[in-house]
Design a protein. Structure first.
Length: 50
């Protein structure tokens, strides 16, 4: 969860720097592809090749 938050903050920072060029840009497809550790163990998405 912390990694997803950090990625989104980084993408919003990039958006903030680039908004002068294109305010209509979109940020899409932010998702967990692989995770290890924690209470629920490991997870690998079925489409991890993306």
């Amino acid at each position: 969860m912390e990694a997803l938050t950090a990625v989104n903050i980084a993408l919003l920072t990039i958006y903030d720097m680039c908004k002068a060029a294109d305010r209509g840009m979109t940020i899409t497809d932010v998702k967990v592809l692989e995770k290890h550790g924690g209470k629920s163990g490991s997870f690998v998405a079925s489409n991890a090749s993306a």
